[in-house]
Write a protein that binds this ligand. Structure first.
Ligand code: NAD
Length: 479
């Protein structure tokens, strides 16, 4: 069902199928919204913003966010199963970023509503000789259009809803067509288990990407918060320009995992392999270029390939699975195109390179390590979004930084080294929004996440992420 103006309703476009990527089984159908439904959703969000006290009642919003968190927690077992079946996410990830972590993070945003300094007193001054008392207020931006992808649906949907609602906005959420159920269940919990007023959140599932575009064009929407590919991000920005909307973009990446020459090569490469193919590599911030000292390239290839081969692929329902299926046949084709390209560009596979044996149903790609390429190759530069890693040699810290930064993207990165001061110095030189040093985890509600360069504009999570959803107003009183 769609959530439109506080009611759970079918889509006027009918229904569309959602598929288990591990088995190709049709799980069922989701409401298929038509443009008229999107129009109603935007209208409801506009009215809820303009005509209710939602934007100014901070205590009420904090309470509603906690209700949403608690309602989702009550359905955690059902949601875990749904996420594994609809997204193909390995079970172990649902105890973290695929479900439990983003649900818990709603509480952090509720606390922030209560502790945030909504108004700052700048005191008296006499600008140009006129005595004035100045105050600066932060206010909600208005109606937020949230457009999200399929790879971490709960994390991304909630990383938009949490701060947008905490800030006092109303929201129209348009999830990806591949994972409609993960979003529909949010609509249900909001309608059935929270006091969030009608129209404050609208959930519009649809098989039609055009509804996302509709949201970016509509003059009643004040801000578009988009997560997805860099190509679509460009379209969103161009389309939002027509009404000069604020845009917030979380886009693609091709992040580097730098192994310095004083690192424990075995530990670092094993970790790079594991983290690189978790959820079949379908994460924007995954480090997919592994940079190792040139003189130890062959050894690094052997360790990384050995770990990948051992990980293999597995049923996402199994606790031990790290690498499950990819989301769709279309995505598998795209990845296979890059595997062919890598060979044409002179690369070879230290392991993987195709579909795993014995899996006739579902969308599977073997964990793959490409060797023998330079950073100029397209397979080394472009986002593949599958369990495919590229091993590149470097000639010391400066060269590693140069290669890491030689990318149109700037989302994330990792540095492993024996001397933490030195590793930290390398981390500071990376032109990326997040960096992990020696396995440090930056993912958390209080840590801003986002991209430099073509990986995006703005930050999600943390106080910086919350403030993306605020306007700033200065009020000066004459004395
Ligand atoms: P996508 O760009 O194809 O689609 C994302 C969303 O945009 C979907 O809901 C889609 O329906 C909608 N959409 C499509 N065309 C649109 C248009 N013209 N205007 C408005 N909306 C439109 O991305 P995807 O394939 O769903 O997801 C994979 C991509 O997302 C990868 O590139 C990945 O790196 C990126 N991603 C980035 C982050 C991040 O935080 N930086 C997180 C997750 C995924």
């Amino acid at each position: 069902m769609l959530l439109l103006d506080g009611r759970l309703v079918p889509g006027t476009g009918g229904a569309f199928e959602t598929i288990n990527p591990a088995t190709e089984e049709v799980l069922g159908t989701a409401a298929d919204a038509a443009p008229a439904d999107m129009d109603r959703a935007i209208d409801a969000a506009r009215r809820a913003f303009d005509e209710t006290g939602w934007a100014t009642d901070h205590a009420f919003r904090a309470r509603c966010l906690r209700q949403l968190r608690d309602g989702l927690r009550r359905r955690a077992d059902e949601l875990r199963d749904l996420t594994i079946r609809e997204v193909g996410a390995p079970r172990f990830l649902t105890f973290g970023a695929q479900l439990d972590a983003p649900v818990d993070d709603l509480g952090w945003f509720a606390d922030l509503v209560e502790s945030y300094a909504w108004e700052r007193d700048l005191g008296r001054a006499e600008p140009m000789g006129m005595a004035s008392h100045r105050r600066v207020r932060r206010e909600a931006a208005g109606v937020v259009g949230a457009v999200t992808p399929w790879n971490f649906p709960h994390q991304i949907n909630l990383a938009k809803l949490g701060p947008a609602l905490a800030a006092g906005n109303t929201v129209v959420l348009k999830p990806a067509p591949d994972t409609p159920w993960c979003a529909a269940v949010l609509g249900e919990v909001i309608a059935e288990e929270t006091d969030i007023p009608a129209g404050v959140v609208n959930v519009v599932t649809s098989s039609d990407h055009g509804l996302g575009a509709q949201l970016t064009r509509d003059p009643r929407v004040d801000l578009v918060s988009f997560t997805g590919s860099t190509t679509t991000g460009r379209e969103v920005m161009a389309s939002a320009a027509g009404t000069l909307k604020r845009v917030f973009l979380e886009l693609g990446g091709k992040s580097a995992f730098i192994v310095l020459d004083d690192a424990d090569l075995r530990a670092a490469c094993s970790y790079a392999a594991f983290s690189g193919v978790a959820h079949a590599g379908q994460g924007c911030a995954i480090t997919t270029r592994i940079l190792v000292p040139r003189e130890r390239y062959a050894e690094a290839a052997e360790i990384t390939a050995g770990t990948l081969a051992k990980l293999g692929v597995g049923d996402p329902q199994d606790d031990r699975t790290i690498c499950g299926p990819v989301i769709s046949a279309r995505q598998r084709e795209r990845i296979e195109g890059y595997l062919e390209l890598a060979v044409e560009e002179g690369g070879s596979f230290a392991c993987g390179g195709g579909r795993p044996e014995g899996r006739d149903k579902g969308f599977w790609i073997e964990p793959t390590l490409i060797t023998g390429l330079t950073n100029e190759a397209r397979a080394a530069r472009e986002e593949i979004f599958g369990p495919v890693l590229v091993l590149l040699p470097h000639d010391g810290d400066d060269d590693a930084v140069r290669i890491a930064n030689d990318s149109p993207y700037g989302l994330s990165g990792a540095v492993h080294g024996g001397d933490v001061e030195r590793a930290r110095a390398v981390a500071r030189r990376l032109r990326t929004g997040t960096v992990s040093v020696n396995g440090g985890v930056w993912y958390s509600a209080d840590v801003p996440f986002g991209g430099y360069k073509q990986s995006g504009i703005g930050r999600e999570m943390g106080v910086a992420g919350f403030e993306e959803y605020l306007e700033t107003k200065a009020i000066a009183e004459g004395l």
